[in-house]
Design a protein around this ligand. Sequence first.
Ligand code: SF4
Length: 498
Amino acid sequence: MELTKLEKDGLDVIETIIDKYSKEGWQSIEPSDLDRFKWAGIYQQRPKDGHFMMRVRIPGGVLSHEQADALAGIAEDYGRDLIDVTTRQAIQYHWLTVESLPDIFERLASVGLSSFEACGDCPRTIVGNPLAGIDPHEVLDTRPIVAELEKFFLGNRDFSNLPRKYKMSISANVYNTGHAQINDLAFTPARKTINGKEEIGFHVWVGGGLSTKPHMARQLDVFCLPEDVVRVAAGVTTIFRDFGYRHKRTHARLKYLVADWGPEKFCEELVRVTGELQSRGEDLIRGWNAGYFYGIHEQKQKGLYYAGLSVPVGRMNAAEMRELARLAREYGDGTIGTCNSQNVLIRQIPADKVEAFKEESLIVNRFRLTPNTFVGYAVSCTGIEYCNLAVVETKERMRALAEYLDETVELDTPLRIHMVGCPNSCGQHQIADIGLQGALVRTPDGMVDAFDVHVGGTLEGEARFNRKLKIRVDVNRLGPFLAQLIGAYKEERLEGET
Ligand code: SF4
């Protein structure tokens, strides 16, 4: 892959797609360019028969109703009416053909969206706070900073050949909506008195990531003012580009460099690259909301409310996306939030419209304000339906499993179950209360789908990844097994224990 990147920059494939491959068809695509398709935000779908999946960046998880309508139109015309919200607040399509890509690129650009660098060894979708600007729990509005970061990094050829994928998060919400610890680079809210003046800014974390060997990010001894975020982000990314490991793809994420250097050495190098930096201040993180916002809640603006809606396992069709756009227009200020829990928000609803909003058919029947316990907290990756790396099917299975648990188990507290089809962890199973990782198991009837079961993951407080139980459960027994496991938790838990 390193040679492929040196021969031709990943971003150059976009022009080749438009000028050549979209006209000559998928069989004309050079194998090395197929690898570079990721820089256009595109992967081959399973089976490799000329269909593609695409991710669209939703920076910070805030999109407009015009953008939502455009996204729905693309799904209708090219994506077989399927839209997924990902665990990085992006939108994912399937079933695209190479012939459709130029039109899709244009349609996205016409509403200020892009799929470029949503995949590949480059700065990917910047995750953040989908409530930015209206959030009663934020210490500042991060939307302008997200926009600046996006402007700086997207298409920037200084950073389009990194050793591996590179994930950034920025949130000023005190409940860590950006999942800071699992990102390569993250900014979390902080306060510091500088020259007698109290300043609000960020602490800086580096080297987090999931995949097969998960690492929690380490906090640097840095306090960063809002106006310095781009400078610091450029510095960290420069270090990754120049010192990150490129020998083995399995050892190339920033987390390995940070693990070897430690935060002190990393910080010294960062100062060398960016110039002087303030040392750490007071951390303003107060907990972790896991990206869930269900229900109607007051905003920081008096008299206005936001609505957190459940999208079961993040999957919707184009008509539902259009309906979200209409609700955002008619009830809110026209903006929609996408959450890393694969759910959505409608923002800025005046008090006198709240009751009518609650009665809308989409809200009553599909994207509920108060979903059932298990459906509401179920997350799933793409799985074998479309993903070439998957061992088992996930999306439908996770939805059916959550429904089964809602029918059979009563629980008075949210319990997050994440299902993934392989160890790569696109469904972030290592931070779930119960993480289910797809595998196979031998039975008298042959190999059958099964799941490894991991328990106890959280980013709350002293964050920890979940631990694997010494058991692999045949998929046909998974529901009853989990019902029993959750029953044991209910009986044995201490007060407040998750
Ligand atoms: Fe595919 Fe594995 Fe990612 Fe699921 S976790 S989408 S199976 S690569």
